[in-house]
Ligand binder design. Structure first.
Ligand code: AMP
Ligand code: ZN
Length: 463
């Protein structure tokens, strides 16, 4: 299995730290608002990668943090005149609702920054003892010149960064590139007591402290959107390796941007759609397929047209499963065993996914399979039950368990709103038929519905 590692800038063989185990950390949301469909791309692709490791038989520990104390949360809380905690709780809840709708598997742990203040402070103390961090009046900074490998992830050179950073010199820092580990409390902000006075953690240190707490000082995979390579992940490496002297995450995976109108979709630009709006418009499986149809690292443009095509493709999966179900009533053990090379489809799927999670190719294998299998299902002949079972298993294991693009078959039947709409349509047609004195058609509709257990009652207010 090969993974493109941002750290080495190479596609590398994946060798876990411990046999059969994968420890993976993904930077999660800052819970100050609903997340947008660009964030959803990163969360869904991380989910697909995790699911593929499970498919391969790995025991996966998957951790995603929630940043629940931050400038944006505090700003919103001040606007609404509530505590920061209220905002963080409201949008954490929304985050869980939305990820659930997107069929994202819950993480094994969702550490929150506010619940790891002790770990964060301990790391800062260690950095201070090692003289990698310094305190200026209650603000603790990381001294980037003390970490010789600073820039190794992003490929940036300290000299170039310094040249670019001149303009925003902060008097308190020795070097403009130094970043905050602990922020002194300001009026109206949440704070915790610390050896440096009341304050709160910087964003980067949260992820270092929480990932190491739950996955160990060295772990297998760290992932996040492309925007996090610098400075967030570069700083995480500096903090963690600076503190422990050991390698931090071994493989770094970065998700390409979802763009809209040729720019990265982002809150600050305002060019975004919330994931909750999009999942009300398109089935979650269609959204997932739309993302899987592009490699996780490549940029992708938000497109309703492509989401619509993905929705049609998902219908194809549903129809195929429906046909399999129907045919399962017509199986015969005497039927001719079917000549379809399941093994080859599994191998093709795995080969695609083993190649740096090539989901576009993996999805193509699934649709090739459906096309081939449909050829066998056409016609009246009984089908060997083994074929039905193998086809269901293949689809559930690949499209279902890994990509998460198999819709539930019962969905249509349970859809009460659809039934309501259909009944209303028939009521309207019946009314028009009556107006045109076509009583035969009107009665036919009423009797037909009655046979289905639906009675129509005509009242002065309507039917
Ligand atoms: P945030 O809440 O802004 O920290 O973002 C949560 C996750 O979404 C991070 O991993 C970001 O890198 C990722 N992300 C933000 N915007 C986009 C985008 N337009 N496309 C893909 N991933 C994104
Ligand atoms: Zn992070």
């Amino acid at each position: 299995m090969k993974i493109y590692n941002t750290l080495t800038k190479k596609k590398e063989e994946f060798i876990p730290l411990e046999e059969n185990k994968v420890r993976m950390y993904v930077c999660g949301p800052t819970v100050y608002d609903y997340f947008h469909i660009g964030n959803a791309r990163s969360f869904i692709m991380a989910d697909v990668i995790r699911r593929y490791f499970i498919y391969k038989g790995y025991d996966v520990k998957f951790v995603m943090n929630l940043t629940d104390v931050d400038d944006k949360i505090i700003r919103k809380a001040n606007e609404e005149k509530v505590e920061a905690k209220v905002i963080a709780e409201r949008f954490s809840k929304a985050f869980f609702e939305d990820t659930n709708k997107l069929k994202i598997k819950p993480a094994d742990v969702y550490p929150k920054a506010t619940e790891h203040i002790g770990e964060i402070q301990n790391m800062n103390k260690k950095l201070e003892e090692k003289k990698i961090a310094y305190n200026v009046g209650g603000n603790v900074f990381y001294d980037v010149l003390k970490f010789k490998e600073y820039g190794k992830l992003s490929g940036k050179k300290i000299e170039e960064l310094e040249a670019g950073a001149r303009i925003e010199i902060n008097e308190a820092k020795t070097n403009p590139l130094d970043f905050t580990l602990w922020k002194e409390a300001k009026e109206g902000e949440p704070y915790w007591a610390s050896p440096w006075g009341n304050g709160r953690p910087g964003w980067h240190i949260e992820c270092s402290a929480m990932s190491m707490k739950h996955l160990g000082e060295t772990f297998d995979i760290h992932a996040g959107g492309h925007d996090l390579i610098f400075p967030h992940h570069e700083n995480e490496i500096a903090q963690s390796e600076g503190a422990t002297g050991k390698p931090f995450a071994r493989y770094w995976i970065h998700f390409g941007f979802l763009n809209f109108q040729n720019e990265k979709m982002s809150k600050s630009l305002g060019n975004f759609f919330t994931a909750r709006d999009v999942v009300n418009e398109f089935p979650p499986e269609a959204i997932r397929l739309f993302f899987c149809q592009t490699h996780y690292a490549s940029p992708l443009s938000f497109s309703r047209e492509l989401l619509g095509s993905a929705a049609k493709a998902v219908e194809k999966i549903k129809n195929f499963l429906f046909t399999l179900k129907e045919k399962s009533n017509q199986t015969s053990p005497e039927a001719q065993p079917v000549d379809l090379d399941f093994r080859k489809f599994y191998l093709d799927f795995q080969e695609a996914m083993d190649d740096d999670f090539n989901t576009p190719r993996a999805a193509a294998v699934i649709f090739d399979f459906i096309r081939e299998a449909n050829k066998i299902l056409i016609g009246e002949n009984p089908i060997h039950s083994e074929f039905i079972e193998n086809a269901q298993t293949f689809l559930n294991k690949t499209a279902g368990d890994v990509l998460g693009i198999v819709p539930e078959l019962e969905a249509a039947k349970q859809d009460e709103s659809l039934a309501d709409e259909l009944i209303n349509l028939l009521v309207k047609i019946r009314l028009e038929a009556k107006k045109e004195k076509n009583f035969q058609l009107a009665d036919k509709i009423r009797d037909g519905l009655k046979n289905l257990g639906i009675s129509l009652l005509d009242t002065p207010q309507g039917t």
